[in-house]
Design a protein around this ligand. Structure first.
Ligand code: SF4
Length: 550
């Protein structure tokens, strides 16, 4: 796709019933979530966590805080160990949830100092049983956190400028940024100042009650590595009508069960206008977003009904008060890999080293060690990526090889197999209450098997593994997307399995994967299935034909 036009339906006819939009005067809550948000804002729960719940323990937590407002501070209860997938519909929330929490640390643009990384590593060891998963939105998640320990964790995170505020919930989630912003030789514009200019709006009560989660991305790099196509609002670096540097504005992307690509509004946003435009789009979503049904509350549904022309008009007339600059042509899609794995020169003469934790899984011990190694080899800056990777910046050339060798010993490879590099997995049944199947261990097993069976396979085929019908691992955008479910075998057994979707992609290969009708593969058969698929592709594809284009 070169124009930025999105394969989505024309604007639908105007809805006749109320969708609970505040702008139309509807303030009465239309569902459980809207009710608890009206009764007490999600941000209010911090004081109760510190003053009541951490002192009195798990049993003292009010249910609407536990299953609602805690998300505004990145807290979700974990799945109780031992509960199988596919049997959860009949369980009450209390039976399903454990008294331990997942805690998500928000990392804007994946930007970390080595000092911050070492604090995260220490917190993981001290309070989270050494767990630390890198998510596909540049966050780091702990597991096994007790409510009693949350204030101490916050205190230490805040002492180094980190927090968990609005890491989940109906809020502006962690804002994505290019992990090599400011140092990439081929970037159009450094998006860091614009990303940092949005920091004051995190935790702002004006935006703490949105209709649904709200995802932001800013990137000026030519690889477009913040996946602007599937964010609610995205600023993509381009040259303006007179050659000045700024951003192309995209809105309304999102995956989950009704995936839609973001669309360009056809405007050029100079860096100094980014905060005003972000506030305008976010306010428009807050006021016009649908609050009746949670499944229809993301911005993408409003855009689908309105179309880009009406969206832009309302944005300008009701929320900005100025006319946006008519945009230039969209930036051309990138054919480069977006994950920054490997050793690359920076524009200042130093180098960065991108490495691959297997399916985003690291540990407190590992992160502490990465921080120490980065410092020993001259770096004080580390980045997380949207592909669950880690990057060490500012490494002098002579230190790149020894650093990469040390990281390899930790299981963090700068030269991984294509399978290790391009396989992603969501949290899955280990901790997630919605999960139906295991994902992380299953994905690691697939990687190991494919590395053994296809050692010479070099094509960058992405394999994304989801534990349920949601899309935390972005399965619709993978070459091979695997959606976990319980399937029935020929012998009538119920086993873990996956619905297969093929041919998804982003950037130059943009398109959602196609569900292969009826194709469900038992989890144990996945290595055989994928091996056969990849061998068939290699045998039959034309020269330079990608898997998605095959
Ligand atoms: Fe949980 Fe489903 Fe998201 Fe995986 S995709 S983390 S199983 S909600």
């Amino acid at each position: 796709m070169t124009t930025g036009a999105t394969p989505r339906a024309r604007p639908r006819t105007v809805r006749t019933r109320s969708e609970g939009q505040w702008a139309h005067g509807y303030r009465e809550p239309l569902n459980f979530t809207e009710r608890f948000k009206r009764d007490s804002d999600g941000l209010d729960v911090r004081d109760r966590i510190i003053g009541v719940y951490a002192r009195n323990g798990f049993a003292s937590i009010d249910p609407s805080d536990l299953r609602g407002r805690f998300r505004w501070y990145g807290l979700y209860t974990q799945r109780r160990p031992g509960i199988e997938g596919g049997r959860t519909a009949k369980l009450d929330a209390e039976d399903l949830e454990d008294s331990y929490f997942m805690l998500r640390v928000r990392i804007a643009g994946g930007q970390l100092s080595t000092a911050q990384l070492r604090v995260i590593g220490e917190l993981s060891r001290q309070y989270a049983r050494n767990t630390a998963d890198i998510t596909n939105r540049q966050n780091i998640q702990f597991h096994w956190v007790r409510i009693e320990d949350v204030p101490a964790i916050w205190e230490q995170l805040e002492s180094v400028g980190l927090s968990t505020i609005e890491a989940c919930g109906d809020t502006p989630r962690n804002m994505l940024g290019c992990p090599v912003a400011g140092i990439a030789a081929d970037e159009v514009i450094d998006g860091t100042p614009s990303l940092n200019a949005l920091a004051p709006f995190v935790g702002d009560p004006a935006f703490s009650n949105l209709p649904r989660k709200y995802k932001t991305a800013i990137s000026g790099c030519s690889r477009h590595c913040t996946i602007h196509e599937i964010n609610d609002v995205a600023f993509v670096g381009v040259l303006g009508p007179e050659g000045q540097r700024g951003f192309d504005l995209w809105v309304g992307g999102g995956l989950s069960t009704n995936p839609m690509y973001a669309q360009r509004l056809g405007v050029f946003v100079p860096p100094e206008q980014v905060p005003a435009v972000w506030v305008g789009v976010t306010s428009l979503f807050r006021d016009y977003g649908y609050r009746r049904a949670r499944a229809k509350a993301r911005l993408k549904f409003l855009l689908a009904d309105w179309g880009t022309e009406k969206f832009r008009t309302v944005l300008q007339e009701e929320f900005l008060g100025f006319t946006l600059v008519e945009g230039p042509a969209a930036a051309p899609p990138s054919t480069l890999r977006r994950d920054h794995v490997g050793i690359y020169p920076q524009k200042d003469g130093r180098f960065y080293v991108g490495v691959t934790p297997s399916v985003g899984r690291t540990s407190g011990e590992m992160l502490t060690r990465v921080g120490e190694l980065a410092e020993r080899y001259g770096s004080q800056r580390v980045r997380t990526t949207i592909d669950q990777k880690l990057i060490i910046l500012d490494v002098p050339e002579a230190h790149t090889t020894p650093l990469a060798e040390e990281l390899e010993k930790l299981g963090l490879s700068a030269d991984p197999s294509v399978f290790r590099r391009h396989t992603m997995a969501c949290t899955g049944i280990e901790f997630c209450k919605l999960a139906i199947v295991n994902t992380k261990d299953r994905a690691k097993q697939i990687i190991a098997e494919l590395e053994r069976r296809l050692p010479d396979f070099e094509v960058p085929v992405t394999i994304n593994v989801n534990g349920c019908p949601n899309s935390c691992a972005r399965i619709q955008t993978a070459d091979i997307g695997l959606r976990g479910q319980i399937i029935t075998t020929d012998t009538g057994q119920h086993v873990e399995g996956f619905q297969v979707q093929l041919g998804g992609g982003l950037s130059a290969d943009v398109g959602f994967g196609r569900k292969v009708r009826g194709l469900k593969v038992a989890a144990d058969d996945l290595p055989d299935y994928i091996e056969h698929l990849l061998q068939t592709y290699q045998t039959n594809c034309l020269p330079a034909e990608t898997f998605a284009g095959w």
